[in-house]
Write a protein that binds this ligand. Structure first.
Ligand code: HEC
Length: 257
């Protein structure tokens, strides 16, 4: 056997072993992918559902914000999801943010303005971790883009808690969380908030609304992107038609000669 041939065989064998071992590793864990949900923002004509976004904001504000920050969303961005400028201002005023250092060099908290970004509930990452059994709650601004499955994953995570024997202390079993054991206790329970619009406040409904809201937080321009896509497709369609007409005219003339 030539040397070249031998190397080739070795490489293929190594590759085969790699494939076998990785597929075995996949088979060992039975992590289920969060099922796909029927979101209004799916598909080429997708748009956000304003009512669901606003309910989702309520969930974020009343439940998630006690542990999670939303650092890329400013209070004034709430006008995107149907709040008036005054309402956004009123929401901002409920929060305190660190000010610029004063003449003595001290930083004192002041009421937030609409242009301020959503503050973290913790003074720093160390405090965030120390308060949550060593795992700092991650920022949620881009979460719906950062995780495989996006909004489906967040919805799955919020509804995927189960009792499981052998779950380590201070951790919680979640069938959609990679590794299963998550430091976040199930944040939602039936009736956790009161919806002003009378929507049933079940865990599923609240999970759906907050996932919808977080999808907007991660991609506020989703509607613009989709409607631009549709307009470009229409334009190309018309252009194709005109080109076809021009082609027919020219080819008629050519054949006529
Ligand atoms: C009591 C504090 C607390 C509350 C309230 C809370 N979380 Fe968490 N969350 C955590 C912690 C801690 C982690 C980190 C968990 C880990 O990595 O094990 C986390 C992680 C997450 C993650 C990331 C999971 C991943 O794939 O890494 C998402 C998404 C999330 N939380 C969403 C939410 C939403 C939505 C709400 C509100 C409905 C919420 N959380 C409420 C503490 C909290």
């Amino acid at each position: 056997m030539s040397k070249m041939n031998k190397t080739f065989k070795l490489v293929t064998a190594a590759f085969a072993a790699m494939v076998v071992s990785t597929s075995a590793a996949f088979a060992a864990g039975d992590l289920v992918k969060a099922p796909k949900q029927d979101w209004s923002f799916n598909g080429p004509f997708g748009v956000f559902d304003r009512a669901s976004q606003q309910r989702g904001f309520q969930i974020f504000q009343e439940v998630c914000a006690s542990c999670h920050s939303l650092e890329y969303i400013a209070f004034r961005n709430l006008t995107d999801i149907g709040f008036s400028a005054d309402e956004a201002k009123a929401v901002a005023a409920e929060y305190q943010v660190p000010s610029e250092p004063n003449d003595e060099g001290e930083i004192v908290d002041r009421a937030a303005k609409p242009s301020d970004f959503w503050p973290s509930p913790y003074a720093n990452a160390k405090e965030a971790a120390a308060t949550n059994n060593g795992k700092a709650p991650p920022d949620l601004s881009l979460m719906a883009k950062a995780r495989v499955g996006g909004a489906d994953y967040i919805y799955g995570l919020l509804t995927g808690y189960e009792d499981h024997e052998g779950t380590p202390e201070n951790l919680h079993y979640n069938k959609y969380f990679p590794g299963y054991y998550i430091a976040m206790a199930a944040p939602l329970s039936d009736g956790a908030v009161d919806y002003v619009d009378g929507t049933p406040n079940t865990v599923e409904q609240m999970a759906k609304d907050v996932s919808h809201f977080l999808m907007w937080a991660a991609e506020p321009k989703l509607e613009d992107r989709k409607s631009l896509g549709v307009r470009v497709m229409l334009f190309l369609l018309v252009l194709t038609f005109i080109t076809f007409l021009a082609y027919r005219r020219v080819s008629k003339k050519v054949k006529g000669h």
